[in-house]
Design a protein around this ligand. Structure first.
Ligand SMILES: Nc1ncnc2c1ncn2[C@@H]1O[C@H](COP(=O)(O)OP(=O)(O)OP(=O)(O)O)[C@@H](O)[C@H]1O
Ligand code: SF4
Ligand SMILES: [Mg+2]
Length: 319
């Protein structure tokens, strides 16, 4: 049994009072996450990454489909929803706005500990110090305010808050995007270390393939989930996706990653071009406006998934 199972999950927004515009932040998402797994969700801005994170922590109610947590329907079973809100913790992209500026670090970390573990007095302070040390911070920082800490230190405080309730799953939504490059590796290392020590499931969401690759280097066997326009377009071992991307959007992602890193000259030979700026169509394959391989049927319906061993891809070029 998968720990988390999303089935045909959709999150649909409407904008505007009269000429209503429909936006699918997520559409028909099927995803299974097993206990202890490390998953990297990759996609560009607007792909639906944060919406997916909010769904997973039960902050966002899907407009269609189901979210099963330990086989229980999160939006039909209040107990399951409560379980998700304690056991599935969210680490936000922006470490500053995730913390109350008028509260000290000690107060911010104490809040979830008091609420969920019902500790107080010396026991509470002891737990705060233990958490602060676990995320690699000096306990002398606990009486500071958020504006007195660096971005990297603040993200560690947020991680301390997230692990304070002994979660089963950590959802880290672009946890290093807003940090200086020098802090990024340290935060990923910390998440991997805590995942192992606390026997958690880790879902790391990123727009940056280099981060997914680093995560894989540190943890091995990472599952990659590539999303585009609210759809899962490819899923498999991240190693396999990087070495042999199947979906045209994954090819673009991998191509541009190599382009800026070490094989610039080869990028052109791979047929990698900067996709044209385009809206995501609500019908058909979301990549159809930009895809160099698009044919008529791509604009009409979303392709079925082709599954080959442990790789899944949604594209008419396969199957
Ligand atoms: N509350 C909302 N109302 C209307 N549209 C929304 C809402 N929240 C998200 N969207 C839209 O849904 C789509 C997915 O948004 P989401 O924030 O999940 O993307 P993302 O992949 O996290 O992007 P980024 O990398 O910029 O954080 C976008 O087109 C966004 O504009
Ligand atoms: S389904 Fe069609 S448009 Fe979509 S990625 Fe495949 S070839 Fe391109
Ligand atoms: Mg986001």
């Amino acid at each position: 049994m998968a720990l988390i199972k999303l089935d045909d999950l959709t999150v649909r927004y409407t904008q505007g009072r009269f000429n209503k515009k429909v936006i699918y932040a997520l559409k028909g998402v099927d995803l299974e996450i097993n206990s202890g797994e490390t998953v990297s969700v990759i996609g560009e801005s607007g792909a639906g990454k944060t919406t997916l994170a909010r769904v997973l922590v039960a902050l966002e109610k899907p407009t269609g489909g189901t979210y099963l947590y330990k086989d229980k329907d999160v939006w039909k079973d209040k107990g399951a929803r409560k379980e998700v809100r304690r056991e599935v913790q969210y680490i936000y992209q922006d470490p500053i706005s995730a913390l109350n500026p008028s509260k000290t670090i000690r107060e911010s970390i104490s809040y979830p500990v008091k609420k969920h573990l019902k500790l107080k007095g010396d026991e509470l302070y002891g737990k705060v110090v233990e958490l602060v040390k676990a995320v690699g911070l000096d306990p002398s920082l606990v009486d500071r305010y958020p504006n007195q800490l660096s971005g990297g230190q603040l993200q560690r405080v947020n991680i301390a808050r997230a692990i304070s309730v002994n979660p089963k799953v950590l959802i880290a939504d672009e946890p290093v995007t807003m940090l200086d490059a020098s802090y990024r590796v340290g935060i990923i290392d910390l998440l991997v270390k805590l995942k192992k020590e606390m026997d958690m499931t880790l879902v790391l969401i990123t727009h940056d393939l280099a981060i997914a690759k680093y995560l894989n280097y540190k943890s091995e066997g990472v599952k990659g989930v590539v999303i585009y326009g609210g759809r899962v377009v490819e899923e498999g071992k991240i190693d396999d996706i990087i070495q042999n991307p199947l979906h045209p959007y994954s090819k673009f992602l991998v191509g541009s990653y190599i382009d800026i890193n070490y094989e610039a000259a080869e990028a052109e030979d791979r047929g990698v071009q900067e996709p044209k700026e385009a809206v995501i169509p609500n019908q058909g394959c979301p990549f159809s406006v930009k895809c160099p391989y698009a044919v008529d049927k791509c604009k009409k319906g979303f392709p079925n998934y082709t599954v080959n061993r442990d790789r899944k891809v949604a594209c008419y070029l396969y199957g």
